[in-house]
Design a protein around this ligand. Structure first.
Ligand SMILES: Cc1cc2nc3c(=O)[nH]c(=O)nc-3n(C[C@H](O)[C@H](O)[C@H](O)COP(=O)(O)O)c2cc1C
Length: 119
């Protein structure tokens, strides 16, 4: 815990990016794996991550800063990679059934009643 407290004292949110620096493919793959492995209840993974790592992709995402959020434009364009976190806002029965079927196929439920409980 002490290490986390110490880390919190020096951590900061980067607001200015060096355009000459690029996150390595290996490091970025680790980040993608971490995102993909994030926990969600009950494993519905209600997200998509839209990633831009080239000028054209970042310019496209930067369009979202036009107007009131113009001050974010350079951050989006200068960063090595940009991730837009998109969240599912609605999960209907059909979607949840697909998740349950996959979980079932993967052997998550030791007994059928557990599947029903999750449902
Ligand atoms: C509601 C909300 C909106 C924010 N919008 C932006 C933003 O548009 N651009 C940005 O660079 N940071 C934004 N931030 C992040 C804050 O400016 C700040 O960096 C963050 O809270 C962490 O603090 P720190 O700068 O001391 O690391 C936002 C934070 C909150 C809570």
């Amino acid at each position: 815990m002490k290490n986390i407290t110490e880390a919190m004292k020096w951590r900061y949110s980067t607001k200015d990016f060096d355009t000459n620096k690029k996150i390595s493919a290996e490091d970025f793959q680790s980040l993608k794996d971490i995102l993909r492995l994030s926990p969600s209840s009950p494993n519905i993974q209600p997200w998509h991550f839209v990633i831009a790592d080239d000028e054209a992709g970042k310019a496209r995402i930067a369009k979202g800063t036009e107007g009131m959020y113009e001050f974010n434009d350079a951050k989006v364009k200068d960063a090595s990679h940009v991730i837009v976190f998109c969240s599912r806002v609605y999960a209907d029965d059909e979607f949840l059934k697909d998740v349950l079927d996959k979980e079932d196929a993967d052997g998550r439920f030791a007994e059928p009643k557990f599947r029903e409980q999750i449902h």
